[in-house]
Design a protein around this ligand. Structure first.
Ligand SMILES: [Zn+2]
Length: 519
């Protein structure tokens, strides 16, 4: 995710008349026909209760996966599966009523005595309240922790490795209309309803236990295991919905639609909607790329479709095949340039306004770098996950480097984009701050300058020493080795050392690791 700090820095520069042009390339977009193909619905029956669920049946998820990714359904038989139903009122701002049934397996080595859910709307300017929780059918009362962003569920009997349980709950979401919280990613703003990490979400469990820490000041929030989601949305019939996964059923009765989405494996489930959205789309290989925005933004909408189809094609070839049959892009107001979710990304609406300069550049050039970056997250963040709060460089610096790969592959030259990293780093006086710190340890402009600037320069430095093929071979093996799992700093180091057949201790000390305090 590109942060508001970047916006502020760039805005300050623009105010100073410095501009930041020349680091982006101007791509000529083909203008596709503005047609929205209707989705084919299979007539999926959303289960009325937990008893009706056949947990082993993963057939419905095949609709959202390209052929090469279907094998993941078998590999991830113990991944969590969520059944979520939502009721969105016609005014789009009344509290949203939700119900969730989730099956969770203990895939750890030891018994679990508690399970956590993250309640991020409580950090995002909104509110989520969970009620009527049951555990394998028995009522229970969970408790809140970490500034109400973590819900602890104590288990009467420890859950042994390989065992599973089913939890069911109601939840209610308050929808803010004033932008606040985490970059304005959750709420209803200028005709767009955006529901970022809105449901009770099971976090990752790693060597430090459950990821239940209070959110830090910078960075993206989620750290989860790949899971499966079937989500039924009752909403006004004229609300155009954009989401993770694919629509597998839609019924329209009077002024109400009931649409069911299936998504997975995926890190998260995202949903957005607007009555103002129009769609254009284009098929690339097995993947349909769909772009939603308001009709007045049709010029940059066509650019977005062009950038996204090229990014999907290029990174599929350079890293590994994009796993889903859909990739969606929407415009929304936010205090960031863009934010990634599984199979979908939201881009700040300002970048869809054509014919204007944005932070010293034509808006469509800003759109290209933002969209290439967010598309890169489909590989690093979604397919290979990571602890975004404690090791943000693992996806952000790598995705910055993947954005450079997009420019290099598409235009034969990535130098302009490399300049943008140097520029970002220069904003913090090229400070020798490690790129591998937790998000909350960076102050002010450091998060942007170090993680998004110095971070990709580390990969670039390795490219200059060992060659592009060596670095990309490491990226590919890191991707394949951690497909649908989570990767860490040490996993990236192992992939790089394997590829260069060398010891990178000195490089990691210089660039990545926290240095011991020296007076
Ligand atoms: Zn990012």
């Amino acid at each position: 995710m590109n942060k508001r700090l970047i916006l502020i820095i760039v805005a300050v520069l623009v105010a100073l008349g410095l501009g930041v042009g020349a680091w982006l390339y101007y791509g000529q977009a083909d203008t596709p026909a503005a047609t929205a193909e209707p989705v084919t619905y299979s007539g999926y029956d959303f289960p009325a209760s937990a008893k009706e669920i056949d947990w082993k049946d993963r057939e419905i998820f095949k609709a959202g996966l390209v052929d090469s990714a279907v094998g993941s359904l078998k590999d991830l038989s113990r991944a969590s599966t969520y059944y979520i139903s939502l009721e969105i009122a016609p005014d789009l701002v009344s509290p949203i009523k939700g119900h969730q049934i989730v099956r969770f397996f203990n895939t750890e080595k030891g018994a679990l005595t508690e399970i956590y859910f993250r309640l991020y709307p409580n950090f995002q300017g909104g509110k989520i309240e969970v009620s009527h929780m049951t555990l394998d059918g028995g009522a229970m009362i969970p408790s809140l922790e970490s500034a109400d962003t973590a819900l602890r569920v104590d288990l009467k009997d420890p859950l042994q490795p390989g065992e599973s349980l089913v939890m069911e709950m109601d939840f209610e979401l308050s929808i803010p209309t004033e932008m606040g919280g985490n970059y304005g990613l959750y709420g209803y703003f200028e005709d767009v309803l955006v529901l970022d990490t809105f449901y009770p979400m099971i976090p990752a469990f790693d060597e430090n236990g459950w990821n239940k820490q209070t959110p830090q000041n910078n960075g993206d929030l989620t750290y989860t295991d790949a899971s499966f989601y079937i989500v039924q949305v009752k909403a006004p019939a004229d609300l155009v919905l954009a989401s993770s996964g694919v629509a597998v059923d839609q019924q329209i009765k009077g002024s109400t639609q009931t649409t069911v989405f299936a998504s997975g494996p995926a890190r998260d489930f995202y949903l957005a909607g607007s009555r103002k959205f129009v769609e254009i789309n284009e098929q690339i290989g097995e993947t349909l790329v769909r772009v939603y925005t308001r009709p007045e933004y049709s010029v940059n909408q066509a650019y977005a479709l062009d950038y996204a189809t090229h990014a999907i094609e290029i990174l599929s070839r350079q890293v590994g095949e994009y796993p889903y049959t859909e990739f969606e892009i929407l415009s929304s107001p936010m205090r960031a340039l863009g934010i990634e979710y599984p199979g979908i990304t939201s881009i700040v609406v300002d970048e869809f306004v054509d014919g204007v300069e944005l932070y010293g550049m034509p808006s469509e050039q800003m759109l290209e770098s933002t969209l290439a970056h967010e598309t890169g997250h489909m590989w690093f963040y979604n397919t290979v996950g990571n602890d975004q709060q404690n090791q943000p460089w693992v996806d952000e610096a790598l995705v910055q480097y993947m954005t450079y790969i997009y420019y290099l592959d598409r235009y034969g030259d990535g130098d302009g984009y490399v300049e943008s990293w140097k520029y970002r780093w220069s904003r913090v006086e090229n400070a020798d701050i490690p790129i591998g710190l937790p998000a909350g340890e960076y102050h002010g402009a450091e998060y942007s300058g170090i993680v998004y600037g110095r971070g990709p320069l580390f990969f670039y430095d390795l490219e200059n020493k060992y060659g592009l093929d060596t670095v990309m071979s490491a990226v590919q093996s890191y991707y394949q080795d951690h497909l649908w799992g989570n990767g860490t700093t040490e996993d990236i180091r192992a992939a790089l050392e394997d590829a260069c057949d060398c010891d990178l201790s000195a490089e990691f000390e210089d660039w990545v690791y926290e240095k011991p305090y020296v007076e």
